[in-house]
Design a protein around this ligand. Structure first.
Ligand code: TRP
Length: 374
């Protein structure tokens, strides 16, 4: 995608002001509308706040997944993470949602850690490094409390015997001109990167291979990952598999009020390994919709719509809609100043991280229960 639209969004680069409605049109996906939300609610008895707030806002074929489910054909989920560094709270969003889906539908999750991808695409990353981050990131997945019986995490280079035969089937059907057009590759792109989509596609068909019968698969993921799976879907039937369905989330915003949270700008991103002090300093320096002086803010009020603190609440840290609205209202009325509002979120994030970090510690002894390898 080029910059004509005022933003860039590829699996490896996100910048500018992303127009999410425009993406639905350009990518040709469907909106998760009220009808689909209601259908989900009818089946599982509730609707997750990320659906209600349209954070998970777009999909491909999720109605088909539900049709299958209602016929008694259990689906599987697949998602993943490129281990280029520690996990940040933005990464947790689709995982938290996947956990909810697992709880509600009782389905298996396959989780791919692409140490190969991050090695290939980041010039200065060694494979040892991406592999060790993969293990670190696995701790974050486990800490969220996924069911060990139903959750299968794998690191590409440790599971490649299983992945490779499937990746080959995909690779044989993908041609260079398509991959090039979708990702904007050129003649200087390394050949590993050109092949890589085959590796990210393979887990879509892994449940079918492992179970020896056709298993419908849905992928909850950031909308930036859709280009890979568009290619996968194009060739799935020709190699004898179901097309994977998708549920797309919007990307978590960064603390400086722009773009998406990025691991490469640590000051504007909260990592799951951050200390309470880090959190305090990052959130204290975040971009807000407040006025220059307290006096002015009391008179005129602030603008919660552009505020990074409020965005954090909305996207991850406040499930209760009324609470979100209450603070927004107070802000607009000038009844709460940025300092107090930040302090409230700092407390909330630190409480979350304390629990999460305890979970990460415990996860170190549980890796064997979750990780699958050749
Ligand atoms: N490419 C993804 C990233 O850079 C990692 C990934 C692999 C993934 N498989 C996936 C993400 C499936 C979502 C769904 O983070």
């Amino acid at each position: 995608m080029d910059a004509d639209e005022g933003y860039v969004l590829t699996p490896w680069e996100v910048s500018g002001n992303i127009d999410y409605d425009d993406l639905i049109k350009r990518f040709g996906t469907s909106r998760i509308d009220k009808t689909l939300q209601d259908r989900i609610e009818n089946i599982v008895g509730e609707v997750h706040f990320m659906l209600r707030r349209e954070i998970f806002y777009s999909h491909r074929d999720f109605n088909w997944i539900l049709d299958q489910y209602e016929k008694g054909n259990r689906f599987a989920m697949y998602t993943g993470r490129g281990p280029s560094g520690h996990t940040h709270v933005g990464h947790l969003m689709p995982w938290i949602f996947a956990k909810w889906l697992q709880d509600k539908f009782g389905v298996d999750l396959y989780f791919q850690l692409t140490d190969d991808e991050k090695f290939l695409f980041n010039f200065d990353m060694e494979l040892e490094k991406t592999h060790s981050f993969a293990l670190e990131n696995a701790l974050d997945v486990i800490a969220l409390g996924f069911d060990p019986e139903k959750t299968h995490i794998f690191i590409d280079t440790d599971y490649i015997n299983t992945i490779y035969p499937i990746a080959l089937k995909v690779a044989k059907r993908l041609n260079f001109s398509n991959v090039k057009a979708v990702f904007g590759f050129d003649n200087s792109t390394n050949v590993g990167s050109i092949f890589y989509t085959s590796i990210q596609s393979a887990p879509c068909f892994l449940p079918t291979e492992l179970e020896g019968k056709d298993v419908p698969v849905v992928i909850p993921c950031g909308i930036d990952q859709d280009p890979h799976f568009r290619l996968t879907r194009d060739i799935a039937n020709t190699i004898g598999y179901f097309k994977p369905a998708l549920l797309h989330n919007k990307l978590a915003p960064s603390l400086d009020g722009t773009g998406k949270m990025s691991a490469s700008i640590p000051k504007t991103t909260i990592f799951t390994t951050d200390t309470p002090k880090d959190v305090k300093s990052k959130l204290s320096n975040a971009f807000t919709g407040g006025c220059i002086s307290a006096k002015e803010q009391r008179e005129k009020g602030g603008n919660p719509d552009i505020c990074a603190i409020q965005n954090y609440r909305y996207f991850i840290f406040e499930e209760n809609d009324e609470e979100v609205e209450k603070i927004a209202k107070k802000c607009r009325m000038g009844d709460i100043l940025c300092g107090e509002c930040k302090a409230q979120l700092i407390e909330k994030v630190n409480a979350f991280l304390k629990k999460h970090q305890d979970g990460r510690e415990k996860a170190k002894d549980l890796l064997d229960q979750y990780i699958i390898s050749d």
